[in-house]
Design a protein around this ligand. Structure first.
Ligand SMILES: NC(=O)c1ccc[n+]([C@@H]2O[C@H](COP(=O)([O-])OP(=O)(O)OC[C@H]3O[C@@H](n4cnc5c(N)ncnc54)[C@H](O)[C@@H]3O)[C@@H](O)[C@H]2O)c1
Length: 303
């Protein structure tokens, strides 16, 4: 399959390496406005600054969209207008209008999977197996802690909710995956410490009740310069007979990325709906949206 990659930033470059190494994919082109990121070393790959020109020239079998969230709609629309399937990085978009627009285009027949990779990591699969086997009995509560000192000068700086929408969204998706349930109610608070690197909300506290009764306490911070966790955070699954702690080291990202690609290729070739199809990922976004509403309306949101 011939791929076109849009966005060659810090994450897009990781996709570039992965796509180059795959036997079942030819990375036929890559797009970035910044020509300094045009990388050599892949003889098949042609570089473009304009996504429309690249799609028309290359006619790829799919587009992998690794541009910033506020650009996802533009790139997805260009692909959808040409009936090209899209694997789009998370979050769906950084604002509600764009999310609804993207979801409705997919509902009208365009193929779209969100590359929400955390649940695809082997370590997440192992924890899910333990939960299914009820190794600590029925889970009553989940406490989740995420702490990183994440100082990066990119689109995060203009997001209102960098913690929730760009990082917490991973954890909310894991929560749905681990509990096999949807959120029933959400209460949220956000803040930004005075000495924060961020102008948007860099800290989030959520209390979620899942439909199956599990109570969830979530704390996330992008300003933590001590006691950092990995990107997946630290999970305590408190069950009837014990507590299962999940605190993985970072490092299985490569496998999760390839698992995402396997799933997406199966979708494009055979129509098998992937776990993180847009219709499913929209539910993850729904929890984040409820959290923002809860904060704005100063109360619990019932979903
Ligand atoms: N799954 C993960 O673990 C993970 C990790 C990091 C980032 N991401 C996601 O990947 C995406 C990109 O993140 P990043 O950290 O690489 O961002 P980045 O800011 O480092 O890079 C984005 C790149 O897109 C380019 N770009 C912007 N507008 C463009 C356009 N119209 N056409 C072509 N190129 C354009 C920019 O020049 C830049 O090089 C985001 O959606 C982010 O949430 C996912």
């Amino acid at each position: 399959m011939r791929a076109l990659l849009t966005g060659l930033g810090s994450w897009g470059m990781q996709w570039y390496e992965k796509l180059t190494l795959r036997d079942d994919i030819i990375l036929a082109g890559a797009v970035d406005l910044n020509t300094q990121l045009w990388k050599t070393g892949n003889a098949d790959c042609r570089f473009y600054a304009d996504a429309r020109e690249a799609m028309d020239a290359i006619k790829p079998d799919f587009v992998l969209n690794a541009t910033p969230p506020n650009v996802h709609r533009l790139i997805n629309d260009l692909a959808f207008d040409r009936n090209i399937p899209v694997l789009c990085d998370k979050p769906i978009a950084d604002n509600h209008d764009d999310v609804i627009h993207i979801v409705s285009r997919a509902a009208n027949g365009q193929k779209l999977m969100i590359a929400e990779n955390y649940r695809y990591a082997p370590q997440s699969r192992r924890v899910k197996d333990c939960l299914i086997q009820k190794q600590v009995g029925t889970i009553n509560e989940i406490h989740m802690l995420f702490r990183r000192c994440h100082h990066i000068d990119n689109y995060h700086m203009s997001m209102e909710h960098p913690m929730l929408m760009d990082v917490g969204i991973h954890h909310l998706d894991m929560l749905r995956y681990f509990t096999e349930s949807e959120a029933k109610s959400v209460y949220a608070k956000f803040h930004t410490p005075p000495d924060s690197w961020y102008s948007g909300y860099s800290n989030a506290e959520l209390r979620i009740t899942m439909r199956n009764g599990i109570k969830v306490i979530y704390k996330g911070s992008l300003d933590a310069d001590v006691c950092e966790t990995g990107w997946y955070g630290r999970w305590d699954f408190i069950g009837e007979t014990g507590t299962l702690r999940f605190e993985p080291e970072d490092g299985e990202a490569n496998e999760s990325g390839n698992a995402v690609l396997d799933s997406f290729i199966d979708y494009v070739r055979h129509g098998t709906i992937p776990e993180t199809h847009i219709s499913d990922n929209f539910k993850t976004y729904g929890i984040a949206q409820a959290a923002m509403r809860s904060f704005n309306e100063r109360g619990e949101i019932i979903l």
